[in-house]
Ligand binder design. Structure first.
Ligand code: G3P
Length: 222
């Protein structure tokens, strides 16, 4: 049984930029070592390399394009995030949606590069569709709950159980995360009890006065 996975998306919050990204990563590494829970971090592109060099955490990109290396100005390629030290990437986050064709291409290219793919979805149907593409993870996040203080675990447990059932039916090897409003050990335990493999969160850690205290609470019920 794989260990629960907690993935922290730093987004473009100023509270998680520059040196502050390092303090969150340092806190996450300390709590991961204390608890044995796997904690990953998804910083801005500029921090992928420094964080992957300084910390033992899995460092993921928040997004990656389907573009191939070459004349693709401004694109972020799978090769570039791998060279920067990323071991995976979010795909199709609600704040960075892709077309279905691009999702398929990115998942395939991440797999070829031996990088982890976390495809973000917004309901049970899109979770089942994403599972058919064979990503490593599907992360179900109701967009209307993102950034709020009401957790998907309490506000909409049905979307979690529905996603678990649908994804298991399509592709049992795909692991499942849930996110949106996750902020406590209670939220995380409920998500695991509902059949997921962990959580994806941002503001509950990034905007906390003491991220390490929140991180310790997140793992306290596991
Ligand atoms: O990628 C996770 C994110 O969309 C959830 O945001 O602030 O509700 O934890 P938040």
């Amino acid at each position: 049984m794989p260990k629960p996975f907690i993935l922290i998306n730093l987004k473009t919050y100023m509270e998680a930029s520059g040196q502050r990204a390092h303090s969150i990563a340092g806190a996450a590494q300390q709590v991961a070592e204390e608890s044995g829970v796997e904690i990953g971090i998804a910083p801005s592109y500029m921090n992928i390399h420094p964080l992957s060099m300084h910390y033992s955490l899995p460092v993921y990109s928040q997004h990656v394009d389907a573009a191939l290396p070459g004349a693709n100005t401004g694109a972020v390629t799978v090769e570039a995030i791998r060279e920067a030290g990323a071991t995976g990437s979010l795909v199709n986050h609600s704040e960075r949606r892709l077309t279905l064709a691009d999702i398929e291409a990115v998942v395939s290219r991440l797999r070829e590069a031996d990088l982890v793919s976390v495809v973000c979805t917004n309901n049970v149907a899109t979770s089942a569709a994403a599972a058919a593409l064979g990503p490593d993870f599907v992360a179900i996040e109701p967009p209307e709950l993102i950034g709020g203080n009401v957790s998907v675990s309490s506000a909409n447990p049905g979307i979690i159980t529905g996603t678990v059932e649908a994804v298991r039916k399509v592709n049992p090897s795909v692991r499942i995360l849930t996110g949106a409003g996750i902020h406590s050990g209670e939220c995380v335990k409920t998500a695991i009890d509902l059949g997921t493999d962990g959580v994806l969160l941002a503001s509950g850690v990034v905007k906390a006065k003491a991220p390490i205290a929140v991180l310790r609470d997140l793992v306290s019920r596991l």
